[in-house]
Design a protein around this ligand. Structure first.
Ligand SMILES: [Zn+2]
Ligand SMILES: [Zn+2]
Ligand SMILES: [Zn+2]
Length: 159
């Protein structure tokens, strides 16, 4: 199976649940082997998944990061609790991290994609503290912090 064939089978072969006659076919196992062996089709597939979730793959540094942070899990409303989602994104700091599964909220920030090595956006964590300090805040986790600082609005809307 080549890349063109892989892509042309994608619509039929990625729709779950797979009919028995598909999952028993040698064509399907060839297709799955191609998925695991071909880096470019693997990445292409992640892009398809991101788009199917209503997100734009171009909004992310790469499809690996995009796939991680757009993965929905019905069992874990907080993605940091989900063992299937390895990378968390903190919109507030524009920061990607690997969650530390110790039951708490700690995470190790990453600067490059673990799969392809692409550079991720620079964390805005220290800028977040600097700007709040400049605005006169000292209790950063107090309720009186402007609402835009709890999301990415504080830097996206900044002129
Ligand atoms: Zn391929
Ligand atoms: Zn989960
Ligand atoms: Zn990547």
């Amino acid at each position: 199976m080549d890349c063109t064939q892989y892509k042309s089978h994608y619509a039929a072969f990625s729709k779950l649940p797979l009919p028995r006659e598909v999952s028993d076919s040698s064509e399907w196992s060839d297709w799955m082997n191609h998925f695991h062996e071909c880096g470019s089709c693997f990445d292409w597939t992640l892009g398809q998944r991101i788009a199917a979730r209503g997100c734009d793959p171009n909004d992310f540094a790469c499809v690996h990061i995009g796939n991680q942070v757009t993965t929905p899990c019905p069992d874990h409303p907080d993605p940091a609790d989900c063992p299937d989602i390895l990378i968390s994104y903190f919109a507030r700091f524009d920061e990607y991290s690997i969650a530390v599964r110790d039951g708490g909220t700690s995470a190790v920030a990453i600067r490059y994609c673990p799969w392809c090595g692409v550079k991720l956006p620079e964390s805005k964590r220290s800028r977040w503290f600097d700007e709040l300090t400049a605005l006169g805040y000292t209790d950063f986790y107090g309720d009186d912090i402007p609402a835009q600082f709890w999301t990415d609005a504080w830097y996206k809307n900044a002129k």
